[in-house]
Design a protein around this ligand. Structure first.
Ligand code: PRP
Ligand code: URA
Length: 208
């Protein structure tokens, strides 16, 4: 599991517990998704490239650093949308490219319904955002899309992952790091993560 990074941060553990709670209503749920996403992106971006940059302070010159890569955040609709805001606060110059996928309820396979990526890639690093890595079909399909687009560096940031989804990603895209707040036990017969948190899209948007 060398490319899988479950967070061990106490704040993340505390907030994921609140997120899972059936009593957490959509407004609070959205706030927690935003906060957890910001904490996870802090961990997921620890290896980003920087170049040195000097800056004039009121008193002297300080040796500093600036990021050199161009980033794209890639939320998978719908549930990934809620992860953008907290991350954008920290990475305001990141481009956001939406990918629309839904899981067919019968086959559990992803169906693509929205993709407006231009022909040439405009970023060098893409960070896929989706709270739930269940069968892994949506994550694998999104990495496929981004690789076809020509992006070389891809990361996945989710909140809860199932062993089944992690395995599928590792089989198909072993070089993509997977950052998660928690790894759960298994999927049920409907492809839901157990214990999980239910349907992440419905709980954010008050549907279902
Ligand atoms: C959920 C979730 C992922 C997908 C994960 O989306 O947000 O995109 O399921 O499942 P997988 O790993 O088995 O592919 P869903 O299809 O429910 O769509 P929604 O976000 O629009 O509710
Ligand atoms: N999608 C969700 O929203 N929840 C799950 O448990 C699995 C897929």
């Amino acid at each position: 599991m060398s490319n899988v990074f479950p967070s061990s941060h106490p704040l993340v553990a505390h907030k994921v517990t609140l997120l899972r709670d059936i009593a957490t209503e959509p407004k609070k749920f959205r706030g927690l998704i935003r906060e957890i996403s910001a904490l996870l992106i802090y961990e997921a971006t620890a290896d980003l490239l920087v170049q040195s940059k000097n800056v004039q302070t009121p008193l002297d010159i300080a040796q500093g650093a600036e990021l050199v890569e161009k980033f794209g955040l890639v939320p998978i609709l719908r549930a990934g949308l809620g992860m953008v805001e907290g991350i954008w606060e920290l990475m305001p110059s990141a481009e956001v490219w939406h990918i629309g996928l839904y899981r067919d309820e019968r086959t559990l396979k992803p169906v693509e319904y929205y993709n407006k990526l231009p022909i040439e890639p405009t970023v060098s690093v893409c960070i896929i955002l989706d709270p739930m890595l269940a069968t892994g079909g949506s994550a694998v399909a999104t990495v496929d899309i981004l690789k076809r687009w020509g992006v070389k560096k891809i990361k996945y940031v989710g909140i809860i992952g199932a062993p089944e989804g992690i395995k599928l990603m590792q089989q198909n895209h072993p070089e993509v790091p997977i950052h998660l707040a928690a790894i759960d036990n298994h999927l049920n017969e409907h492809g839901y993560i157990i214990p999980g948190l239910g349907d992440a899209g419905d709980r954010q948007f008050g549907t279902g």
